[in-house]
Design a protein around this ligand. Sequence first.
Ligand code: ADP
Ligand code: MG
Length: 742
Amino acid sequence: MLKLKNVSKFYYSKGVIASGFSRVNLELAMGEFVVITGESGSGKSTLLNVLSGLDTYEEGEMYINGEETSHYNEEDFEEYRRKYVGNIFQNFNLINSYTVYQNVELALLLNGENKKDIRDLVNGIIEKVGLTEFADTKCAKLSGGQKQRVAIARALAKETPIIVADEPTGNLDSESADEVMRTLSEIAKDKLVIIVTHNIEQVEQYATRLIKMHDGKILEDKKLVEPEVQDEDISRDFKDITLENRFRIGARNAFNIPVKFTLIFFVFLFISFAVAGTYATFQKQEYEEATYGWNEFFSDTSDTRIVINKNDRSAITDDEFAAVAKLDNVKKIIKDDTLIDYTNSISNEDYWYYFYGNFESIEYFDGELDYGRMPEKPGEIVLQGSRQNYDLREEPEEILGETFYMDDYEEDGDRNKNMTMTVVGISYSERNDWQVKYYVDNSILEVMRQRMALQDSEVTSSFAGNTYTSYSGDPYFQIVASDKVPRGKAYVSANFDYEVSDGNCLGERIEIDIENTYHSESLKVNVAKKYNKNNFKGLLGLDYSENHEGKVFINSKDYQELFYNGIFQSSVYVKDAKKLDGTLAELENMGFNTLAMRDALSSDGADVQQLISMIKTFVIAALIIALFFISYFIIKIVLKSRNAYYTTIRTLGASRKISKQLLDIELMITATIAFGLFMAFMLLVYAGVINNAFIFDLAGYMSAGNYVLMYVIIIGMSYMISTRFAKGLFKNSVMSTYKEEV
Ligand code: ADP
Ligand code: MG
């Protein structure tokens, strides 16, 4: 079975070489019950450790089943220990935080058995060593004799062909010692048992062979009985521990020492709060920096506003509006976007009341009416403004029912009275300025939109070989809508006769091209009528003034199709400005260009913002690294007491890799629970159960993605801590790790 040929073991410590034993020759066979004796320091333990693969040797050759082992590496010895050797130590090497049952079970779990399948087996073995009533007692509470019987039970459970016991009764009173020896002898049949002891009388009756050691050498080797069993390889082929059992043991280790669990748990909990707190604080700072500023093109620069248009500059369809409205964070869509930033003054007939503000659809009125009622028919509006506005505050009743006109003046100096607005409701807003909002119906919005379109467009007309470009305000070749003109026709000033060579412009074609940011359109019309100051009123129903000279009147429908051909730009308002980034990404995925007002603000803070962003990345990286080392050192101290545990499971046959995995799982479970508690806390904050304005505000800066990333970081940290710790733990052979421990 086992054969040593001139094997020597040396210890090197601090430049001094000590001999463990030297030039030992020995052959051990199955069925033998070998008792080794000798005074202290004679090399008995060293010999046992080499025989059980717990320690290496320097010279000679050890054969296992005839196979040389001098080329064995750590993994080969792991395999050997697992398949062949059950160890029993003087100081038991049990896992004190486990119960008797768990200690015995562990040996089997580590060797690939299933928890359910081995219940009877484990209970049977515990019965065999007479500990049934202590099965669920933690080993720490047992007497020395009981502990050693657990160790025997554990060695038994493994069913290995070799059992090695180093002074198993050394720490026991004589009565317990007798009992332990009897138990050992009972299980020894068919096995190779090697026992080191001082007390020969105790084992004499069972021994088949007696070896005496002195000063690292075998002094005497006496065979008392010839073994009955054939010496053959009866090693068991163990499976690897199942994944399920790795998690089972990892979880058991996470919880079975409450103080250790609590300490590591708090380390991870602290990491969670520290990382989240720092990150959210930076986000908040960055956000506040970003929302401070102004923009010269947009008057509504609220942080909840996003301006959108299509990537291809096409009109936004109803389906697209519906899809945008369905997004989680979208509060409302202002389709008539340009009107938001278009301010206009209105006044009543006798100019007594005058307001300055912008238009919004009555659909979006979400305030409360303080006076009057909601509009019921076209032309009725709700006026919303601050109480700081003197008229609104002092004379709301008088304003109700008043009719207002837009203050854009016709060329004759009179106001445009084509559109009237009657105030039927008044609402006070929280805004602190004197601007008001006109909540109007769609008929008014439509007129306003067309005005905007005209104002924003460049109009080029080709007529009789010439082109004329007209900007808003220039009356020559200004295009005007009129219901009196048939479709496809134009009524032009009689002066246009001078533009054509034959002196008569009737039937002449005018091609009108308009172009603005979003669309271009052409229209061809034929001159059907010529107007002058005498027929003007008759043709167009308007009073004549000289300002009309040069204008081109076309049909209203033609006009609308030409200038206003859909909605190209809108504004989306979000519910939560902190989640704006997510909404921007969603909109961009839907094919929109986006401009968040937050990002369109010019302010002196731009540099500060960049700086904060940079510092943020550095500080968070530094924080995570610092936290890693702090937690590593705390956890290392806490885990220090676990050295014995990992050495013990390695003597039971757990490989370095599996031991490390158990530690990974143990830390991962603790980290996950800590993170879970952190998340539970955050959910309570979001739900408002934990009512703290400061935390709630900060929590708003964290997104689901942030939390996922945090979890990944924390699990990554626990993995790295485990790796670092394991490196120190497994750098030596099993025995030297034990010795460092003791
Ligand atoms: P025994 O078990 O018979 O009392 P050991 O096998 O423990 O003796 O020790 C044999 C010799 O090896 C002793 O001289 C001891 O001092 C030495 N020795 C044992 N372990 C170590 C070690 N880790 N480092 C240095 N010397 C050691
Ligand atoms: Mg010893």
